[in-house]
Design a binder for this molecule. Sequence first.
Ligand SMILES: *[C@@H]1O[C@H](CO)[C@@H](O)[C@H](O)[C@H]1NC(C)=O
Ligand SMILES: *[C@@H]1O[C@H](CO)[C@@H](O)[C@H](O)[C@H]1NC(C)=O
Ligand SMILES: *[C@@H]1O[C@H](CO)[C@@H](O)[C@H](O)[C@H]1NC(C)=O
Ligand SMILES: *[C@@H]1O[C@H](CO)[C@@H](O)[C@H](O)[C@H]1NC(C)=O
Length: 315
Amino acid sequence: MLSMPRFAVAASLMAAAGSVLAYDDEVCGSGGYHSDGNAYAFYPNAWDPEDGGFTCMGINQDPPEFDVTWRWTETPDSVNSYPHVKFQNTNVPSSIGNITSLRLKTSWGLGGPDEDFPVEGIQASDINAIDLRCNVGWDMFGASDLEASQAEVNATTEIMIWLGLFGKPWPLGYSKEPKYPAQTLGGVDFNLYDGMNERGQTVLTWVAAENVTEFDAEVLPLIEYLLDNDFVDGDDILGLVEFGSEAFYATDNVTFSAYNMEVTLETDDPEDKYPFSGGDDGDDGSDDDNAGVSAARLSLGLVFGAFISAASFLL
Ligand SMILES: *[C@@H]1O[C@H](CO)[C@@H](O)[C@H](O)[C@H]1NC(C)=O
Ligand SMILES: *[C@@H]1O[C@H](CO)[C@@H](O)[C@H](O)[C@H]1NC(C)=O
Ligand SMILES: *[C@@H]1O[C@H](CO)[C@@H](O)[C@H](O)[C@H]1NC(C)=O
Ligand SMILES: *[C@@H]1O[C@H](CO)[C@@H](O)[C@H](O)[C@H]1NC(C)=O
């Protein structure tokens, strides 16, 4: 399943892109890449790959940006991969109740097989032609325990902010009529859905009412709503902040780009700093390239992916 040689797949990523961009690294399947100083970690994150499918990521570490090509043609209603970047250059981990500002910034583009990288904006005709099913969003994790908060599998709470929705994958707890009042950020309404996944983790998903390809917002109001309404405990620790796209299905190659990304977290307690350890999830250091994928790394990647997957389902 994950046996495509990395060289071959990396070469085909560039071929698929139509233009040749120089990347700091290219990683496929369940591989990973840590930037210098470990400020960012990038994962194509094929945690449930299918025969004949693939996901390959071209990465630039500074400023962080990535381009992904993927194709999953077998199962329209399940997530196969979550290509993403994990932000480690922030005040994360931090007590959620002490966060005074959480500013999230990203731009992204999504298209079909003929797009050049970086893809800018939504290539709607491409997307319609390949029956695309995916979402685009921020993914954050929390727990009362510091270590658990930094491991997707062990966190007790997942908070997502979806900026894009293609082919109707819906969040856990989806209902046609939202149960909670919408919150507006930058003129866009976000509706909250809450549910519990099969691991017993609370999944809280804010879904934008429209696709937002350029996002730069103070999201504290979304967090405060969760605190004020007891969805989240202020003593819990926010351990991970990630941005990417849950990939379900398409009849041909999908191209996804993410750039202009920044996470800025401020806390009112200068002592409230925890060491970050969540970056070391089975991938090695910044020169993690062309080394092949060890069995241990592979299985860790699968476990992580399995968790992420459980957050969403297709209606
Ligand atoms: C899809 O991607 C694969 C792997 O990169 C490549 O071999 C193939 O030519 C691409 N197909 C299209 C239609 O671009
Ligand atoms: C999750 O918790 C289990 C049980 O404490 C532990 O063995 C495992 O290493 C943790 N996973 C990660 C990725 O931290
Ligand atoms: C996002 O764009 C796609 C393609 O144009 C469209 O089908 C979909 O409904 C949009 N999603 C939202 C949430 O508006
Ligand atoms: C916030 O920081 C204060 C110290 O300034 C600390 O006493 C308090 O426990 C922290 N709150 C949370 C929710 O961690």
